[in-house]
Design a binder for this molecule. Structure first.
Ligand SMILES: [Mn+2]
Length: 340
């Protein structure tokens, strides 16, 4: 029997209705933006421009350098820097989060000036977090928010061109880590197969997203990878990054993201915790799981959020006390999982 790949179409008609009835639209994403939110909103931006909509992109803070190929300097403004005032805006769409706290201080400014604010997201809504606004589109089956943006553009009948395709492709390539995390669906592949027809050099995008190590960064990695601690017969790895080490090697917050992805390539590992020291006794904790256990619940305990298998939170306290607490929580989940 021939296998026929099936595209799981997302029903986004409610969003399209909002977009069609709005004269002035603002697009944004969570602070310290990544390729997913950025690509999704830039893709939609180019698409809406194409049909003559009044649309703008405003990020909370500066866009990391690796995304320069999407020309953020030309197409978006940064709330923390000089930007046009937010006024007379009918609709704001916020991509890749449904937690308004991750969009502050921009969110407060939007609330004062924008008629409708909707989240367009694929993260689960937190049990103890702010409610997403009514009318928001949240679908945890989407492997990226770029996928949702793709279906919005399709539903609106806008034809893809290189600018739109590059942005949406970036979103999907980034969040699936080049098709590693596709939620066991062929949808991401099928969408990208269509988009790639409009892109002159897709390998350039892959390099921009993932081949970003400076020599200094590799030196930093060689130092920190030697400091990984293992627990539970190598099933759990914990690593702490010092803010000073990042600074000394000319690295930024965006660089620390890559470290936990490297940990997850260790074959015995089921879960990893990365602690980035942002201030004395303040850590940005990132948790990852290969799927045997969920880690979102642990992040939520510390008022954080994320996905089932990739989550994060800010934790306060001495590392020597925080570490065993997290290791115990991870081990309890792993061992509980083994018994059942
Ligand atoms: Mn995402």
């Amino acid at each position: 029997m021939n296998y026929v790949p099936r595209l799981t179409t997302l029903k986004v008609d409610s969003l399209v209705k909002f977009i069609k009835s709005s004269d002035s639209i603002l697009l944004s994403t969570h602070k310290q933006c990544d390729g997913d939110g950025l690509g999704a909103m830039l893709g939609l931006y180019h698409a809406l421009k194409k049909i003559g909509k009044k649309v703008r992109v405003l990020t909370v803070d500066e866009v990391p350098n690796r995304y320069n190929f999407l020309q953020p300097d030309i197409y978006l403004q940064v709330f923390e820097q000089d930007h046009d005032p937010i006024q007379n805006t009918d609709l704001a769409l916020i991509f890749d989060t449904n937690d308004r706290r991750l969009v502050e201080p921009l969110y407060t400014a939007l609330e004062e000036n924008v008629q409708n604010i909707l989240f367009v997201d694929h993260h689960p809504v937190l049990n103890q977090g702010p409610e997403p606004t009514a009318g928001s589109y949240i679908n945890t089956r989407a492997a990226s928010t770029g996928e949702i943006a793709y279906f919005i553009i399709k539903e609106m009948g806008i034809h893809f061109d290189e600018k739109i395709a590059k942005a949406i492709y970036t979103s999907i390539a980034f969040d699936t880590q080049l098709f590693k995390y596709v939620k066991n669906s062929s949808t991401s592949h099928l969408i990208c197969a269509e988009l790639i027809e409009h892109i002159a050099n897709s390998e350039d995008i892959h390099r921009s997203l993932f081949a970003t190590h400076t020599i200094e960064k590799v030196q930093f990695l060689s130092k920190v990878l030697g400091e990984i601690e293992y627990f539970g017969e190598g099933r759990i790895a914990v690593l702490k990054l010092h803010a000073k080490d990042l600074l000394d090697h000319n690295l930024n917050m965006d660089d620390s993201r890559d470290v936990i992805d490297m940990l997850m390539n260790i074959n015995t590992l089921q879960a990893a915790a990365l602690f980035r020291e942002d201030a004395k006794n303040t850590y940005k904790m990132s948790l990852r799981s290969k799927g045997a256990i969920e880690v979102l619940g642990i992040a939520e305990t510390f008022d954080g959020g994320g996905h089932m298998y990739a989550a994060g939170a800010t934790v306060n306290g001495e590392f020597s006390k925080v570490k065993p607490q997290i290791v115990d929580l991870l081990l309890a989940r792993l061992d509980g999982h083994k018994i059942s």
